[in-house]
Ligand binder design. Structure first.
Ligand code: SF4
Length: 380
């Protein structure tokens, strides 16, 4: 498969792993921010391959996982209204709210529809002028441009029965929150390539300098990740702290200016609550007052919705890299993908789902389903 198999070559993976082991004079602790990268690392056994040289801890870069419970409860409330068609990407449907999830609302007769783009939701609003169509806009910088475009397009078309429930978060403030915590263990970051495709990496440069932490913009295939790890380790061994770009085939330093302009036209920076982590100042995006007519939180009365976090879910520790999923007492017993207690077990980018699906029920455990795994470990 051209342009894919090249980045999954087991021999090259072994060569890169050997280079990392030879370069590291001590065990370094690195964090991959993105849940997509977490899944590649766990599925391929990259962390186990480098055990002794690198400890990988998993960051808060799963958009479904960090969407606050209050926002899930607001979504559930809106989806239950008879005048609303509630639209969302599919992976939000099974995220537990305080009492139920969107899928259960749909089972009870709520109009909950899965869409593949916010523009699909706009089309629904045009087709159903007698209904209010609400789109659940979650995610990092990657999804913000399309969601901003949907709001701007609704305004341009004068579509007043369309609105967006926004829960956008941004990566750099979360990295700073992790680095400035008293119990921080992160010595180097793999930064998510798709976020940088939009934003570039200039925002990371002051973070690398201030916290003396190397940051390498990295892709999502096994060789991307191994090469990104090698680049971080090389900086750490030389005592250097800057931003490097492993993902040059997709990312430029200044990112995509047109996408940034669209985001800035519709959204502004806000303080934002992260599920399992808490409030991070300036870490979110909200709809500007000029577009308030398309802001579901302004349009509908959502005040008074109070969330009840499950006491036994340790998602916050998992998302901050302080706990591995198999260390959660509920992992694999009371919490499974079929019966999730927290979002990291539901989301396709969640760390708990990655560990469960690839058989990591304890440290050093053999992969439960080797057939699903590319043979990086097998050729060690
Ligand atoms: S295993 Fe389940 S209960 Fe434990 S942290 Fe993950 S999602 Fe929460």
């Amino acid at each position: 498969m051209k342009y894919l198999s090249e980045y999954r070559d087991p021999q090259l993976a072994q060569t890169l792993a050997r280079k990392i082991r030879l370069t590291a004079t001590r065990r370094w602790t690195l964090m991959e921010v993105c849940g997509g990268q977490t899944h590649t690392i766990v599925r391929q056994g990259i962390d186990e391959l480098l055990e002794g040289s690198i400890e990988m801890i998993h960051g808060p870069g799963c958009p479904v996982c960090v969407t606050p419970l209050e926002q899930i409860d607001r979504a559930v409330h809106l989806a239950g209204r008879p005048d609303v068609i509630f639209t969302s990407f599919g992976d939000m449907l099974r995220v537990p709210g305080s009492d139920c999830d969107l899928q259960q609302v749909r089972a009870r007769g709520g109009a909950v529809k899965v869409v593949y783009s916010p523009l699909d939701a706009l089309t629904l609003a045009e087709r159903h002028p007698d209904k209010e169509v609400v789109f659940f806009a979650v995610g990092f910088e990657t999804t913000a441009p399309a969601n901003a475009m949907a709001v701007a397009e609704a305004a341009r078309r004068g579509l007043r029965n369309f609105s967006v429930l926004v829960s956008h978060v941004t990566v750099p403030p979360a990295m700073e929150a992790i680095l400035s915590a008293a119990d921080n263990r992160v010595q180097g970051f793999l930064a998510a390539g798709h976020v940088c495709t939009i934003m570039g990496w200039t925002e990371y440069e002051p973070i690398a300098r201030r916290y003396r932490v190397p940051i390498v913009v990295t892709g999502f295939e096994p060789l991307d990740i191994l090469e990104g790890m090698l680049m971080v380790v090389e900086q750490l061994e030389r005592g250097e702290y800057r931003v490097d770009n492993q993902y040059a085939r997709a990312v430029k330093r200044d990112g995509n200016q047109a996408a940034q302009d669209t985001v800035n036209k519709v959204f502004e920076l806000r303080d934002r609550q992260w599920r399992g982590i808490g409030m991070i100042p300036g870490s979110g995006l909200g709809i500007r007052p000029e577009y308030a007519a398309w802001d579901a939180e302004v349009k509908f009365d959502l005040a008074g919705i109070v969330a009840n976090e499950p006491a036994d879910c340790h998602a916050g520790e998992v998302l901050r890299g302080q706990m591995k999923p198999f260390d959660c007492p509920s992992f694999g017993s009371r919490c499974t993908p079929e019966h999730p207690m927290g979002a990291p077990m539901v989301s396709s980018e969640g760390a708990c789902a990655a560990y469960y699906n690839y058989g990591r029920f304890r440290q050093g455990s053999p992969l439960a389903n080797p057939a699903m795994t590319l043979p990086i470990l097998a050729t060690t």
